[in-house]
Design a protein around this ligand. Structure first.
Ligand code: CDP
Ligand code: CDP
Length: 212
């Protein structure tokens, strides 16, 4: 079984997807890491993340070590990820790997295009969202928690710029799948979002598999 969790930046996709995976005994894949690692490799090579050839070469040569880097979060990595993610050859290079991951044992995957492109046949699709202000507040708290100095207004501006870029790109734009359940978590904490998602899953699937 594949569960698709999509949505804009800092909506709580990863937190929710990880909890669903644990509850259902499924592997979890944060597909944003693939784009973040690709962006980082391009920056390392001294190239522009908008350069299609440099970005596609980086995506084709990703290694597990790239995904384990400690510098995949933060404003520079965010924008580099979003820039490489708009390049069709990058998305094509990463597609099979994501599909194989999901098909092997089933999985919960989070990203932007899981329900629309990677697994359009997924039986459950959640589109997790929240107001931009609330999402920026969450990201700001995360940065603070990591000891990174940040300006709240700048966090909001960068998040909105990245969402706009992700929504407007020609290939695999950020958009809810026609059959996705939209979960607005503006007023929900992570626990309440998880409870709401489990209720949606039961509604769509009936009896749920339990973790071993
Ligand atoms: O994966 P995505 O960027 O969408 O968000 P995340 O990394 O899961 O994290 C969002 C942050 O918001 C985390 O610090 C969560 O604890 C918090 N949060 C949440 O995930 N869900 C809520 N409903 C409320 C807060
Ligand atoms: O955690 P957050 O929502 O801030 O970002 P992420 O999920 O790690 O994704 C980083 C960037 O990668 C996004 O802004 C998208 O441009 C891109 N991405 C994508 O295009 N497709 C995906 N399935 C996942 C991420």
């Amino acid at each position: 079984m594949v569960i698709a969790v999509d949505g804009p930046a800092a909506a709580g996709k990863g937190t929710l997807a990880r909890r669903l995976a644990a509850a259902l005994g499924l592997p979890y894949l944060d597909t944003g890491l693939l784009y973040r690692a690709t962006g980082r490799r391009v920056l390392d090579a001294g190239a522009d993340p908008r350069d299609p050839e440099a970005a596609a070469a980086a995506a084709r040569n990703l290694t597990p070590a790239d995904l384990a880097r400690s510098d995949l979060r933060g404003p520079e990595a965010d924008m580099a990820a979003s820039a490489v993610a708009a390049i069709p050859a990058v998305r094509a290079a990463l597609l099979d790997w994501q599909r194989e991951f999901g098909r092997r044992h089933g999985a919960v995957l989070d990203g932007r295009d899981i329900g629309t492109v990677v697994f359009p046949e997924a039986p459950v699709k959640l589109f997790v969202t929240a107001s931009a202000e609330e999402r920026a507040r969450r990201r700001f708290l995360e940065l603070q928690g990591r000891g990174t100095a940040a300006d709240p207004a700048q966090v909001l501006a960068e998040l909105q710029a990245r969402d706009a870029q992700d929504r407007q790109r020609a290939v695999a734009p950020l958009v809810p799948a026609a059959d996705a359940a939209v979960l607005d978590t503006t007023e929900l904490d992570a626990e309440a979002a998880f409870a709401a998602a489990m209720a949606l899953l039961r509604e769509r699937l009936g009896e749920l598999p339990a973790a071993q």
